[in-house]
Ligand binder design. Structure first.
Ligand code: NAD
Length: 487
C-alpha cells in the first residue's frame, strides 16, 4: 500500500486529500535521532493550495458524513483500532526510529492508539441526548449532540501516534470531518496511521492528511473560516496565538500545552516507591512528556536518603539506541531540543543549583542526540529551571520544610497539568488530591502515564477548553442543541 501512495524514485510519502494520495511540492527527510546516518523516510510538505483543497474536501464530505449511520462509524473506527493493534510491533518500531523513545515505549504508545480507536468505536453507538419536561404545559425539551463540522487537528512530536489517535477518533466518532497536520519531526507515524485510516471505508474527504510546517499548514487551518474547530497540542506560545486567532473568528478551540509537574515526596513515603515513581515520571520517554515530573519536592526527613537512592538508580540507567535491547532512555528527539536541554542545564548552574548527576551529552556507538539524565539539587522554587518547561531528561529537587510548604511550592508555577504525591498517609493523600492545582493528580504512581478511557487535561497555563479523551471528549467534538417540542 505504501507503494501506491509514494512516488517510486525517492519514495516520497504523500498527503491524503479528498480520498487521493497527493504529491507535495517539497519533501522533508525524517532522520532517526538514535542514528543520524539513518533516514527513516521522505515526507511531502504541502502547498497553501493543497491545504485549502483538504479543507474544501473536508467541508464537502461533512455535508453527508454528519448524518452517517453510527454503525458505519463504528465499523471504520473498530477496523482502524484492530489493524493498529495487530501491527503494534512494526508501528512501534517505526515510531521509536523517528522519535527516539524506546521500543517498549513505542509499542506501548501504538497499542494505546489502537485502544483509543476501539474506545471511540464503542462510543459511536452510545451517542445519547436528554428528554426533559418543559416548564410549559404540553411541551417537552430535547437536548441532543450534533457534529461541529470540519476540525483542524495540530499535533506535537512527542506522542506521534497516540495524540493524533485521541483527536482523530472522537472527531470521526461524533460525525465531524478532519484535516490532520502532524509535527514536522514525526511524519512517519502520522503517515502510517493515515494510511490505515484511508483503507477503513470512510467516504473521500472525511479524513485528510496534510504535512508541513506549522507556520504555513497550521496557520491556514487556524485561519480558515471553513474550519469550525481547532484541537491543538504543543507549546504555550503557539497555543496562545492559535487561541487568539480562533476566538477572533468564533471557532471552537481546545489547547493542551506545557507542564512543570511536581512530585511531592513526604517523610512517610516508601523510599523504593518514591524512587521508582520519580525515575519513571521524570526520565522515561527521555523526559519528553508534558506530564513529566520535572520538580521533585522532598520534605526534610527523607530528603538526603531520597537523593542518595535516586542518584544510585540514575547511575544504573541504560541510555542508548531506541531499538537496542535493554535501553531504558533513548535519545533526545532533535538537535534544537538537545540544545534547549543543555542551555537549561547551564542556566541551572548559573542560578546556583547543584548539578548532582549527569547532564552531559553522550557519545555512543551510533551518532545521536544522547544526553545523560540530569539531576539538580539545592534548587530554589523561583529559579528558571523550576518555573519553565525544559522538556528533556532533567529534574530538580526542591527541599521543603513540611507538607504545607511542599504543597505551596507544588502549586506555585504557571502550569497545572499533572501532579503527584508519594506518601503512606491517607490524610495527606486526600488533602493533596483536593488542593493540588492540577488537572490530574497521582498518589504513589508517576505523574506521567495515564489511562485512555478517562479525561486528560490540566489547568492554568497547561490547558484551555474542554477536556480530551474518554467520554468527556464529546464536549469539544460536538455542539449541543436544545429543541422545544409541542404536539
Ligand atoms: P510546538 O508548539 O512547536 O508544535 C506543535 C504543533 O504546532 C506542530 O504540529 C507545529 O508544526 C504546529 N505549529 C507551529 N507553529 C504553528 C503556527 N504558527 N500555527 C499553527 N500551528 C503551528 O510543540 P512541539 O515542540 O511539537 O511539542 C512540544 C510541546 O508540546 C511541549 O511544550 C509539550 O509540553 C507540549 N505537549 C503537551 C501535551 C499536553 O497534552 N498538554 C502533550 C504533549 C506535548
Amino acid at each position: 500500500m505504501a507503494q501506491a501512495a509514494s512516488s517510486v524514485a525517492r519514495e516520497v510519502h504523500r498527503h491524503y486529500i479528498g480520498g487521493e494520495w497527493t504529491a507535495g511540492m517539497d519533501a522533508i527527510a525524517n532522520v532517526n535521532p538514535s542514528d543520524l546516518h539513518e533516514v527513516v523516510g521522505h515526507y511531502a510538505t504541502a502547498t497553501a493550495e493543497q491545504v485549502q483543497a483538504a479543507i474544501t474536501a473536508a467541508a464537502q464530505a461533512f455535508e453527508s458524513w454528519q448524518f452517517s449511520p453510527i454503525e458505519q462509524r463504528f465499523d471504520a473506527l473498530d477496523a482502524i483500532g484492530s489493524e493498529i493493534l495487530a501491527r503494534r510491533e512494526e508501528l512501534g518500531r517505526l515510531l521509536s526510529r523517528e522519535e527516539g523513545k524506546t521500543l517498549a515505549e513505542g509499542i506501548g504508545e501504538v497499542a494505546r492508539a489502537g485502544r483509543v480507536f476501539k474506545f471511540f468505536a464503542g462510543e459511536s453507538l452510545r451517542i445519547s441526548g436528554e428528554l426533559l419536561a418543559s416548564t410549559r404545559r404540553g411541551v417537552s425539551v430535547e437536548i441532543t449532540r450534533e457534529p461541529v463540522g470540519v476540525i483542524g487537528l495540530i499535533t506535537p512530536w512527542n506522542f506521534p501516534m497516540a495524540i493524533p489517535a485521541w483527536k482523530i477518533a472522537p472527531a470521526l466518532c461524533y460525525g465531524n470531518t478532519v484535516v490532520f497536520k502532524p509535527a514536522e519531526l514525526v511524519p512517519a507515524s502520522a503517515w502510517a496511521l493515515s494510511e490505515i485510516i484511508a483503507r477503513a471505508g470512510l467516504p473521500p474527504g472525511v479524513f485528510n492528511l496534510v504535512m508541513g510546517p506549522g507556520r504555513l499548514v497550521g496557520e491556514l487551518l487556524v485561519n480558515s473560516p471553513k474550519v469550525r474547530a481547532i484541537s491543538f497540542t504543543g507549546s504555550v506560545p503557539i497555543g496562545a496565538a492559535i487561541a487568539a486567532k480562533a476566538a477572533a473568528r468564533g471557532a471552537k478551540v481546545q489547547l493542551e500545552m506545557g507542564g512543570k509537574n511536581p512530585l511531592v515526596v513526604l517523610d512517610d513515603a516508601d523510599l523504593e516507591v518514591a524512587v521508582n515513581v520519580a525515575v519513571q515520571g521524570a526520565y522515561f520517554s527521555t523526559g519528553q512528556r508534558c506530564t513529566a515530573s520535572s520538580r521533585l519536592i522532598v520534605t526534610e526527613g527523607i530528603h538526603d536518603r531520597f537523593i542518595a537512592a535516586l542518584e544510585a538508580r540514575l547511575a544504573t540507567l541504560k541510555i542508548g539506541h531506541a531499538l537496542a535491547a535493554g535501553t531504558e532512555i533513548g535519545p533526545v528527539v532533535s538537535e534544537p531540543q538537545l540544545r534547549q536541554d543543555l542551555d537549561y542545564i547551564a542556566i541551572g548552574q548559573r542560578e546556583g543549583a547543584r548539578l548532582r548527576f549527569g547532564g552531559q551529552p553522550l557519545r555512543l556507538e551510533h551518532e545521536g542526540y544522547y544526553l545523560q539524565p540530569a539531576l539538580f539539587t539545592d534548587t530554589q522554587p523561583a529559579m528558571r529551571i523550576n518555573q519553565e518547561e525544559i522538556f528533556g531528561p532533567v529534574a530538580t529537587v526542591i527541599r521543603a520544610r513540611d507538607y504545607e510548604q511542599a504543597l505551596a511550592i507544588a502549586n506555585d508555577v504557571p502550569f497545572g497539568l499533572s501532579s503527584g504525591v508519594v506518601t503512606r498517609s491517607l490524610r495527606y493523600a486526600a488533602d493533596f488530591r483536593r488542593r493540588s492545582q492540577a488537572g490530574m493528580v497521582m498518589v504513589n504512581v508517576p505523574t506521567a502515564g495515564v489511562d485512555y478511557h478517562v479525561p486528560f487535561g490540566g489547568r492554568k497555563g497547561s490547558s484551555y477548553g474542554p477536556r480530551e479523551q474518554g467520554r468527556y471528549a464529546i464536549e469539544f467534538y460536538s455542539n449541543c442543541k436544545t429543541a422545544y417540542i409541542a404536539p
